[in-house]
Design a protein around this ligand. Structure first.
Ligand SMILES: [Zn+2]
Length: 209
């Protein structure tokens, strides 16, 4: 398989590519349309120097990190990249050579992140829906003093949101939360990494499953 690395990526500044790398992509953003794009966009697991999984990025970005000497390939995809003066195996797992302190609790409280945390699942009836079909429910209603916090906001389908209305959970017989809402944590990130990486056996030993 022949492919070349875009000039723009190679010249991208180290900090910029690292910063981008620290955002977890949605599973649906990885679209294997063309074989070339497919190999370049294959999700790559990023480990900290300590082997702790910290993120996922596209193969193209992972290659840039390896070429710049910021990271080292720990596992290979199987495909080989052929560029002007480079011939290297496409990575499946890379590891940063220098340890980076990653703040795990700094994710912004947003609709997108709440839905990501709740895995697009209504926290009352368990139905999985597209983001556009989900609402955010205040567990303790705003009209009764409920705040917009990680602990008080959950994903809910329209049906459950209507049914719950202005009531508190203990006032309802048949509605309860599937789990206690918590801030976006390392645990959540790791769960998302597992979902994205379930097809790649080489990720398993780093994600403990
Ligand atoms: Zn529901």
């Amino acid at each position: 398989m022949r492919m070349s690395l875009g000039k723009a990526s190679v010249h991208a500044r180290k900090q910029k590519s690292l910063a981008k790398c620290h955002t977890l992509p949605h599973a649906e953003t990885v679209e294997p349309r063309v074989r070339f794009n497919s190999a370049m966009q294959t999700p790559v697991l990023v480990l900290n120097a300590s082997y702790e999984p910290i993120n996922i990025c596209g193969a193209r970005r992972a290659l840039v990190l390896v070429l710049k000497g910021v990271a080292k390939t720990e596992e290979e995809q199987g495909a080989i990249l052929h560029a002007a003066r480079v011939r290297m195996p496409m990575p499946s797992v890379i590891r940063l050579l220098e340890y980076r302190r990653i703040p795990h609790q700094t994710r912004a409280l947003s609709r997108k992140n709440i839905l990501l945390r709740d895995r697009n699942t209504c926290q009352y009836c368990g139905v999985v829906l597209h983001s556009s079909e989900l609402t955010l429910d205040h567990v303790q209603p705003r009209s009764r003093g409920g705040l917009s916090t990680w602990e008080n906001l959950v994903a809910a389908c329209h049906g459950c949101n209507r049914r719950k209305g202005n009531q508190l959970l203990h006032e309802l017989q048949d509605m309860k939360l599937m789990r206690e809402p918590r801030p976006f944590s390392l645990h959540t990130s790791r769960h998302i990494m597992r979902m994205i990486g379930h097809s790649d056996q080489k990720w398993r030993k780093y994600l403990y499953y």
